[in-house]
Each structure stands twice: as structure tokens, then as C-alpha cells.
Design a protein around this ligand. Structure first.
Ligand code: MN
Length: 260
């Protein structure tokens, strides 16, 4: 059985329809939407709503971890742009762009596909865009051709306040409830320093201790994930389990592929 996996599509639809070529199983582990592009601040939902120059300032502040100032900048610009429209309208206009991104991404996603959301996704609106053969697994196990695939999506609470984050306790409960698998698929990596460190952003992203415990307990053949766009290490081992970052699809336009 050949498995192809992509992660961090971030609205890059080009090449996505070919990502399942040659595969018996195709999976996507999230971050389909593009909110902010740190490499190209003129693209993404934030830039479409606020304009490129505000997006550049916003990215610069967040890169320096000045989150409160970034938040105040966005609030002030929204006030200037709209003459006092509320926060709800601001969320709605960002969501309009995300919906447009989802229409294109889900149209390009191969079928059949196993999908789990990332931390920048809005899974509540996914059902409107799913096509026949798209199966969302977020805290459950599917068996395909005798291979058990456990999938758990989303991110953990962070200073970045991305839309799909949860606290460690509820995440750990969902991971503990999965049960054994041959392949563990998650958006975020297990909490191993060389897997969570981004060498370009020069910071640790949040990894999951619960995933480390799961891997130690069940020893699946593979633990596959994304989230960290430029990791210090793209793979490591925990016991018998090969842990692999499948890559930043928006940058590579290539799936990670393995024969099981
Ligand atoms: Mn991402």
C-alpha cells in the first residue's frame, strides 16, 4: 500500500490535484487556509482584508513577538477602514476570504482523501466544501486496505492565537482515546525539540507531549505531521516509530510518499 501525505497546503492549489498520483491512500494533515504568509506578507486573508502595507507591519510585529501591538494595529486599521464596524464584521470579512480559499482547495484535493484540520483551519465550515470521498478524521481511526490510520488535527494554545487551538488536556484526552494504529497522522509534531524548532522563524512551535506518549505506548510504524514549515530535523525516531515532518506543501508542491 502506497501512502501519500501532504500538510500545510496554505491555499496553494497548484499541483494539489496530482498529490495522490500513484498512491493507494492519500491524506492531508491540515492548514488548508492561508491567513498570513510570513515570507510574502502581501498574500493571505489578512492582507486581502487589510492591504499589503498593514500586513507587512502586522507580520513584523508578530515576528518580534509584539502580539499586543499587532492586535492593536489591526483594531486601529479596521476602525479607520470601516468607520467603526464591529469585531464580528471583521471576522466575517476574513472568513469570506478563507471560504474562497477553501472552495479552490477542496476542488483541487484528490479523492478519496483522509483529512484532518490544522491550527489555522476553520473545520466548522468544512462540510460545505467537502466532495464525495473526502473523509474528515479528527480524533479517530480509519482502516484502509488493512492499514490502521489514526488522525488527530488542530493545534495547542499558543501566543499566535490561531483559530483552531485547544488546551493540552482536551488534546491529550482525544489522543488517548485513539487506540492502536499503524500510522499516526497529526497536524502538530510530537514534542521533540529538533522537530518543533523552525530554523527560519527561529522559534519552537508547540509540539504535543500526548503524541510522544501515544508513540511510546503503541509504537506505530510512522508518526506523520506538518506544522513546522522549516524544521531543524524533518525526521527522528521514538523507539520503533519513524517520526516524519511531511513538508510544507505550499513551498515544495510535493507529497511525502511511503510504501507500507
Ligand atoms: Mn502551517
Amino acid at each position: 500500500m502506497r501512502l501519500n501525505v501532504v500538510s500545510d497546503v496554505h491555499a496553494a492549489v497548484e499541483s494539489l490535484s496530482r498529490a495522490a498520483e500513484g498512491a493507494d491512500i492519500f491524506a492531508c494533515v491540515g492548514d488548508l487556509a492561508l491567513y498570513l504568509d510570513y515570507d510574502d506578507p502581501g498574500t493571505g486573508a489578512f492582507a486581502e482584508v487589510f492591504g499589503e502595507s498593514t500586513a507587512r507591519e502586522y507580520v513584523a510585529l508578530r515576528t518580534r513577538k509584539r502580539f499586543d501591538e499587532a492586535r492593536m494595529l489591526a483594531a486601529r486599521r479596521w476602525e479607520e477602514m470601516t468607520g467603526g464596524a464591529g469585531r464580528e464584521e471583521r471576522t466575517a470579512s476574513i472568513l469570506d476570504v478563507v471560504e474562497r480559499q477553501y472552495r479552490d482547495v477542496f476542488a483541487a484535493l484528490p479523492t478519496p482523501a483522509l483529512l484532518t484540520p490544522g491550527n489555522v483551519d476553520v473545520p466548522a465550515i468544512w462540510p460545505r466544501f467537502l466532495r464525495p470521498g473526502h473523509q474528515v478524521l479528527d480524533g479517530s481511526v480509519a482502516e484502509v486496505g488493512g492499514v490502521r490510520l489514526a488522525m488527530v488535527g488542530g493545534g495547542l494554545r499558543s501566543a499566535y492565537r490561531t483559530p483552531n487551538e485547544e488546551d493540552e488536556q482536551s488534546h491529550a484526552a482525544r489522543v488517548a482515546a485513539l487506540g492502536p494504529s499503524d500510522v499516526l497522522l497529526s497536524h502538530i509534531p510530537p514534542a521533540v525539540p529538533e522537530l518543533t524548532y523552525d530554523v527560519v522563524a527561529r522559534r519552537h512551535e508547540v509540539g504535543s507531549k500526548a503524541l510522544v506518549e501515544y508513540i511510546r505506548q503503541y509504537q506505530p510504524r510512522f508518526a506523520l505531521f506538518g506544522h513546522v514549515h522549516q524544521p531543524l530535523a524533518a525526521r527522528t525516531r521514538i523507539g520503533r516509530t519513524e517520526c516524519v515532518n511531511v513538508g510544507h506543501f505550499r513551498a515544495t508542491r510535493r507529497p511525502w510518499s511511503v510504501e507500507l
